[in-house]
Design a protein around this ligand. Structure first.
Ligand code: AMP
Ligand code: MG
Length: 423
């Protein structure tokens, strides 16, 4: 797989609709990062966004040290294989040795400081220790070095990871486990991160009920709540869940008021189409402003975006797969920008299609699974791509982005968006 550029989309084929890229631009244009910061211990900083540039006050590693279990030597003593040297000292990690006299070797272990005078480490597999028992008692012995030794071999140099004074991480970095480890390695414990984003959610529909209750005729379970909540939790948002809202304008206005006054961002599902029972769009227009709401994409054509009071608003469609896909494409990027993250965009990679797909008039996001075939990564299509078929998203490990006018034949290169790394 290799990284490829994000494609721009011609969406003229769908009059009245805006493209995914245009929608994203509009969304991002409205979003500015939260300003407040808080101090947290790095142990609790996973997925938080760094609010300051961080520099190292130390070298990492802090001293030249051994990359191997073996023997520290002066390389000039081992210009030919077979050098026979007395072992003058034994240095384990956490200990500090003494000057290595010419013509001697030091038993050394991984991570232990290279003693002064030594300039190379020979791995123990290349050595014959003569009197092991004696050495363990720190009483010398001899070692035969069965190799030619080059200066610098198997030495991890002071500062080779991070040099004192260098920038470790910049503000805007969303912290993954490896960044937490990196911060710890330079001795930082408390750091400044952007405050958590508060996201209010509600779920419209007279037909939806909470799992745990028995279904009556015509009812379905509120799966969107769980998909959306999981996505928001994975993005480290603070969630204000306002529950299920009936399909009336009054109820929708009420809950929207409440949501907008308690959060930075309101995300809803359902009720954003043009049906007679769709009140979300109207409610947003009454209480705030609606920026756009029809996108040339499938699944997920109706996505509302706007502002109510001081909160941004994103109304996702009702269909469960549409919720998942539109969240990944729009809400995720919006949230990252509001959280202050520098790197907001989905990484796209090039893979080979293991299926045919006809040309359509909206940009499509097909649920696929990658597998290796003839040493290439190919994308297999889930057989049922309906926007209500949530098992497609569960089966899949990513999406294939099909541009307007693009027709896919098996063996074509296609654009893949891995779920991995998206939340
Ligand atoms: P709507 O956009 O409200 O017309 O909803 C579109 C479709 O999504 C309908 O089939 C709804 O029943 C379904 N739907 C809406 N909300 C939910 C939800 N919270 N969980 C599962 N399905 C939903
Ligand atoms: Mg509905």
């Amino acid at each position: 797989m290799k990284n490829i550029e994000t494609k721009t989309v011609d969406c003229c084929a769908s009059p009245g609709l805006i493209s995914v890229e245009q929608a994203l631009e509009k969304v991002l244009a409205q979003a500015s990062p939260v300003e407040q910061v808080e101090q947290v211990n790095i142990l609790h900083a996973l997925n938080r966004v760094l609010a300051e540039d961080l520099h190292s006050t130390i070298d990492v590693p802090g001293y030249d040290n051994s990359a191997m279990d073996g023997y520290a030597v002066r390389s000039e003593d081992c210009l030919v294989s077979g050098a026979d040297l007395p072992v003058s000292q034994r240095i384990a990690a956490g200990q500090v040795g003494t000057l290595l006299e010419p013509g001697t070797a030091a038993r050394i272990f991984t991570g232990a400081p290279v003693p002064e005078g030594a300039d190379a480490i020979v791995m123990q597999e290349m050595c014959e220790q003569q009197d092991e028992a004696q050495l363990e008692k720190n009483q010398g012995g001899r070692v035969i070095i069965n190799t030619v030794v080059k200066a610098g071999a198997n030495v991890r140099c002071a500062g080779e990871d991070i040099a004192r004074g260098n920038t470790v991480l910049n503000a805007g970095k969303r912290l993954r486990p490896q960044e937490l480890g990196l911060l710890a390695s330079v001795g930082l414990a408390e750091i400044k991160v952007k405050r958590k984003l508060k996201v209010a959610t509600f779920f419209t529909g007279d037909e939806i009920i909470t799992p745990g209750q028995a279904l009556a005729a015509g009812q379905i379970y509120n799966s969107n709540r769980y998909t959306l909540t999981g996505l928001l939790q994975a993005m480290d948002c603070e969630i204000v869940d306002l529950g299920i809202v009936p399909d009336t304008l009054e109820a929708t206005l009420d809950v929207l008021q409440q949501a907008a006054s308690s959060a930075d961002l309101v995300i809803t599902s359902g009720g954003v189409s043009v049906g007679e029972e769709d009140y979300v769009r109207i409610a947003v227009q009454k209480l705030g402003e609606l920026t756009m709401w029809r996108i040339a994409m499938k699944p997920g054509k109706p996505v509302a975006f706007g502002k109510v009071k001081n909160a941004l608003f994103m109304g996702l469609p009702g269909n469960p797969v549409s919720v998942f896909v539109t969240f990944l494409l729009f809400a995720r990027v919006l949230i990252l920008k509001l959280q202050g993250a520098e790197d907001c965009f989905v990484k796209r990679v090039s893979v080979i299609a293991d299926f045919d797909w006809p040309e359509i008039k909206r940009q499509e996001y097909l649920r696929v699974r990658l597998l290796e075939k003839d040493k290439q990564m190919v994308a297999q299509l889930f057989p049922h791509q309906g926007s209500g078929v949530l098992s497609s998203a569960s089966w899949a490990d990513g999406l294939i982005e099909v541009c307007i006018g693009q027709q896919i034949k098996q063996g074509d290169k296609v654009t893949y968006l891995p779920f991995e790394g998206l939340f």
